[in-house]
Design a protein around this ligand. Sequence first.
Ligand code: MN
Length: 283
Amino acid sequence: MKLCRFDRDRLGIVEGEEVADVSEALGAIPPARYPLPRADLLILHLDAVRTAATELLPRAPRQSLRAVRLLSPVANPPRIIAAPVNYLAHQSEANADGGVHFDSNVKTIETYGLFLKSATALVGPSEGVTLGFPERRNDHEIELVVIIGREGRHISKERALDYVAGYAIGLDMTIRGPEDRSLRKSPDSFAVLGPWLTTREEIENPNDLRMSLHVNGELRQRASTRALLFDVQRLIEYASSFYRLYPGDLLYTGTPEGVGPVRAGDVMTCHIEGLGTMAVAVR
Ligand code: MN
């Protein structure tokens, strides 16, 4: 199933070039009271929402996908967890270009581990990216994003995919420079997620997905998740060895080679096999 959020917090099922409005299915989410659970409520109750949405689908009003404004498919992720330097070819380009990485001896995820990006940076494709520091270098990083579906700690690689709700395309937008990653990657709108959530069972192997990113029609990044250093299962095992994972946590799996700067007026077109295509404007 491909679930999207669109317009004013509508819920949709994407089928081909159309979106079916199944917003009534959000009624399957029980009312929450203070203190709220550490989870995105839609992801926490995804099974119930899916059941209700499936019942609504045959008579749901439909419209063209082109006519709607797509929001982030996860509204309130508890965290954005992200992998630094998780592709060898990106390590090589970072070492060759001092503008990409302030350190002249860039290592990999094996050394750096993971970092956190502020969850408040999250936007959907229709909202676009706003550059708060246009005089600095602002880079695109296309990444496969894993949406965690269940709470868990010390999850083994073998069981890791049982904890996945689904997948989406992410942009880990980045200001280059010497400050800590968590600062440079957390300005408002610097985490894009979309175009929708593709549920786990639709993706046979998340470690074998082709991806591409074009800026104004020019190819910048093209790779496959086959080249991940820590694959999806190992990332979940590693992350959950440090902290408990919660429904709605987003795991940005790292970017392949080809990162580069964007400017106001650019449009980034992002594609990952099986997950769709999204166009994201830069302002
Ligand atoms: Mn990244």
